[in-house]
Design a protein around this ligand. Structure first.
Ligand code: GRF
Length: 197
């Protein structure tokens, strides 16, 4: 069974590259995954450099070219539907999506905290500064509400007293790279099961 994914990102693109390396063109338990499209909303994102190594269709859709959020989302939806992707994967995609997107496509996101704690763009800093003894990463389905959909995977780690913010951040990214491809496979396998019913 072949499943296609589209990846959306805005910046560094380390999760995007990890997903490509781990899943693209590979078969996992009879499930073959193809990254059919990568979309970036920032023309200068480093992730675009990373993508040059891979023969993957890439589009830059700059949100600044659209007057309304809905118009930008409509363009995303149009291109993703054209690509035939079964799932949209947000990997550091720093735009809040409107119902134009969320009501049309199934999407998953990764967030650098133990949700529902520390939603929003400053999750790493906020969880580092909190009194919590744990940090963590969450993978969740995307809904109209920011960082709030059904959880697909979570992993935590102990926050040692001597951990610097940089150490904390590195640990988070290491966990992200480990759990995101697995969580994507889990969703795609579930899609296969549903379509067999
Ligand atoms: C990650 O920390 C992810 O959790 C958050 O944005 C960051 C993206 O990093 N949503 P990268 O661009 O994949 O390196």
């Amino acid at each position: 069974m072949l499943k296609k994914i589209a990846i959306l990102f805005s910046g560094n693109g380390s999760n995007m590259e990890q997903i490509i390396k781990t899943l693209h063109g590979k078969t996992h338990n009879k499930l073959q995954v193809e990254v059919v499209l990568a979309i970036c909303n920032k023309p200068n994102a480093y992730g675009l450099e990373r993508l040059k190594k891979y023969p993957i269709k890439t589009l830059v859709i700059n949100h600044k070219d659209y007057k309304k959020k809905e118009d930008f989302d409509e363009q995303l939806v149009k291109n993703i539907k054209q690509s035939g992707a079964d799932l949209s994967v947000l990997a550091g995609f720093m735009r809040i999506l409107t119902p134009v997107f969320t009501n049309s496509l199934e999407a998953v996101n990764i967030h650098p905290s133990i949700l529902p704690l520390f939603k929003g763009a400053n999750a790493i800093q906020e969880s580092y500064n909190s009194g919590m003894l744990l940090g963590g990463v969450s993978v969740h389905m995307v809904t109209n509400e920011l960082d709030s959909g059904r959880l697909v995977a979570q992993k935590t780690f102990a926050k040692h007293p001597k951990m610097s913010l940089e150490d904390f951040e590195n640990k988070i990214h290491k966990i992200e790279h480990e759990i995101y491809p697995k969580a994507i496979l889990k969703i795609l396998k579930n899609q296969v099961t549903k379509s067999n019913i």
